[in-house]
Design a protein around this ligand. Structure first.
Ligand SMILES: CCCCCCCC/C=C\CCCCCCCC(=O)SCCNC(=O)CCNC(=O)[C@H](O)C(C)(C)COP(=O)(O)OP(=O)(O)OC[C@H]1O[C@@H](n2cnc3c(N)ncnc32)[C@H](O)[C@@H]1OP(=O)(O)O
Ligand SMILES: CCCCCCCCCCCCCCCC(=O)OC[C@@H](O)COP(=O)(O)O
Length: 272
């Protein structure tokens, strides 16, 4: 009986291995599927721990989530080289903005996430099973991207409570995933938030994944991601009229950094 199960297991593994060797599409799907499975199982294990230790929805749960997610990179041979972590050492609230390439970003996010920091996420994530539950427990701020009015209202509320709660807020200003090796134009919500709360903006840039990860080409191998936390940009004294300039300035700095980290200096020149 037991030998039978073993043979079945070995057979299935062998079949998967052969399929992965034969078809890049299967290889890619299985690796991404495994990532999602890790997220689902990790969340299912972390959720009760969060509830027992911290009792409910609170940013303190991020520490637990971070501990779990930081182990994921070993399964995929993804490595991080981080610079500038000292730029996070700001007492109290700040807005952190970074580029968003893929669902794999959750690994990069947790690799550098400072204490007391929540993210802004699309509300659809709330319904992603156990992952939705863990994101909810971590205190993520949910916005409805289809309704600018309601998203703005949520963000205005956050601006008010940031100082009292002493939390940092992590926003992906591109507003969606983008794995082209360049940045999408930034949405302005993050920068309105920074100006309304009069808190600094800290840009974080991840080098392009394109050399080891490309869903269109079914590419997902091991790889190194360079991360740089840039110096904070102050917003004290700025008003809503300055938001466009602030957005542009952040965009340009981050784009240059992205090209430098990804090793394409010629494009960096083009961007100026
Ligand atoms: C234990 C194991 C666990 C394993 C599992 C792993 C779990 C990991 C755990 C936890 C991590 C969780 C991580 C979640 C990550 C999720 C990532 C995402 O979901 S990314 C998508 C959603 N995020 C965004 O979209 C944000 C960025 N978006 C914005 O900020 C937008 O600005 C938004 C939504 C507020 C509005 O977007 P618009 O598309 O309407 O575009 P606009 O151009 O920005 O705004 C239109 C006009 O409104 C003004 N406006 C915008 N915000 C304003 C404001 N607050 N006040 C006044 N005016 C404002 C703007 O200035 C603009 O006007 P003028 O063109 O300048 O005239
Ligand atoms: C009902 C059960 C459903 C179970 C589904 C499990 C799915 C597990 C997926 C794990 C993904 C980890 C969280 C990723 C967060 C993320 O990166 O979201 C991307 C969006 O922000 C950007 O939105 P988009 O506009 O779609 O690019």
């Amino acid at each position: 009986m037991e030998l039978g199960w073993l043979l079945w297991g070995a057979g299935v593994l062998l079949l998967l291995h052969v399929l992965m060797e034969l078809s890049p599409a299967v290889n890619f799907a299985l690796r991404i599927g495994f990532y999602c499975l890790l997220c689902v199982v990790g969340s299912a294990l972390a959720a009760p721990v969060c509830l027992l230790v911290n009792g409910g929805r609170t940013v303190k749960n991020m520490r637990i989530i971070k501990t779990v997610v930081k182990t994921f990179k070993y399964f995929f041979g993804v490595r991080f080289e981080v610079k500038g972590l000292e730029n996070f050492e700001i007492e109290g609230p700040a807005i952190i903005v970074s580029n968003h390439q893929s669902i794999l970003d959750m690994m990069g996010l947790m690799e550098v996430l400072p204490d007391d920091c929540v993210q802004v996420g699309k509300k659809e994530l709330m319904y992603a099973g156990t992952v939705g539950l863990i994101i909810y427990l971590g205190g993520v701020i949910f916005i409805n991207r289809k309704s600018t009015t309601s998203a703005k209202m949520v963000m205005a509320e956050v601006a008010k409570t940031m100082a009292a709660d002493k939390v940092k807020v992590w926003v992906y200003p591109e507003g969606t995933r983008n794995c082209t090796g360049d940045l999408l134009p930034f949405k302005k919500g993050a920068f309105h938030l920074a100006v309304q709360a009069q808190v600094p903006v800290i840009p974080v840039v991840y080098s392009s994944f394109t050399t080891f990860y490309n869903p269109k080409k079914n590419l997902f191998t091991s790889g190194k991601i360079k991360v740089e936390v840039l110096p904070a940009i102050e917003t004290k004294g700025l008003t809503s009229g300055d938001v466009s300039d602030l957005t542009d300035r952040c965009f340009r700095t981050m784009r240059e950094t992205l090209f430098r980290l990804s090793g394409c200096p010629s494009e960096a020149k083009d961007s100026s």
